[in-house]
Ligand binder design. Structure first.
Ligand code: AMP
Length: 289
């Protein structure tokens, strides 16, 4: 096969996706789904590789979901390159690329939104009020359309992963949700499609985000106070050149409620703006044994 004739199927319609997946199921194959918004990088590809390792057939979806962007956010500017994404996926042996149009996902009379309470409300949910309802709605639809055995999500978007685990449990969906560790650049910056917004000088500052999280995780392990450390971390980011910190919190790793004492499994999560980019990141942490 030459590079001009990819093996990967390109699917635009829900009905075609359903047909293909039921054909696979009829053959006794397990199915993995990797939902993305495209502009694929090695972070996305690590999800694809995990899905390939665990499932007989893999579908990757690419859909820049308008309902998860608030007014004034970067929906129009969000990077899109379906051709290059398709050949990256083809090279990894992905079976199908599902790239529906907006009208296929949200037809004219569409009127249902999925709202996950609690875990959606703090952190990114507090500063992006429509975001997680948009994510929960589109992920519910994708899971119902593809009916995979397993669906793969990055820990990079840790709150999103928690929201999806909650919704799958609450709605009795028969799918295994798999969290995949964050892929980073050599200097620690988490890979993200939005890193493309960074100017050279901003790119040099951006790794301070991860550095700060790691520092806090180490101090928490040594018995430090989570609220105090979070406040110091926020200051450090502003001093380094971030123009705004939406949040930096030490939270319970399941409920994402900020903690004042270190008990159990914790997650340190941050969102901060530098130039035109809003970067998010997170790391696990644990108090002293
Ligand atoms: P997105 O295209 O940004 O919606 O991301 C699609 C999926 O890829 C989500 O589950 C993300 O959490 C995951 N992802 C994005 N960046 C990374 C990364 N650096 N490492 C691992 N997974 C990632």
């Amino acid at each position: 096969m030459t590079s001009s004739s990819p093996n990967i199927a390109l699917i635009r319609k829900v009905s075609d996706l359903r047909q293909r997946v039921s054909h696979w199921r009829g053959d006794g194959c397990s199915v993995g789904l990797v939902p993305t918004m495209g502009a694929l990088h090695d972070g996305h590809l690590s999800l694809v590789k995990k899905a390939k390792a665990e499932c007989d057939r893999v579908v990757v979806s690419i859909f820049v979901n308008p309902t998860q962007f608030g007014a004034g956010e970067d929906l129009a500017a969000y990077p899109r390159d379906e051709k290059s994404d398709r050949s990256l996926l083809d090279a990894l042996g992905v079976d199908a690329l599902y790239a529906p149009g907006v009208d296929e996902i949200y037809p004219k009379d569409f009127s249902t939104m999925v709202q996950v309470e609690g875990v959606s409300e703090g952190l990114c949910g507090a500063v992006r009020p429509v975001h997680f309802a948009g994510v929960a709605t589109v992920v519910t639809k994708l899971l119902m359309q593809a009916r995979p055995d397993a669906a793969y999500f990055g820990e990079k978007d840790y709150q999103q992963l928690c929201v999806i685990k909650r919704l799958v449990c609450d709605l009795d969906m028969d799918v295994r949700i798999v969290g995949v560790p964050t892929v980073r650049e050599a200097d620690g910056l988490a890979l993200s499609s939005r890193n493309a917004y960074l100017k050279k000088s901003e790119r040099l500052i951006a790794p301070v985000l991860y550095e700060t999280l790691i520092e806090i995780a180490e101090k928490i392990e040594a018995g430090g106070d989570p609220e105090q450390l979070a406040a110091l971390g926020r200051e450090k980011l502003l001093k380094a050149g971030f123009r705004q910190v939406d949040y930096l919190e030490v939270c319970d790793s399941v409920t994402l409620v900020p903690v004042s004492v270190t008990a159990g499994e914790l997650r340190i999560l941050v969102a901060a703006h530098i130039g035109k980019a809003r970067l998010i990141d997170n790391v696990p942490a644990k108090g002293p044994a």
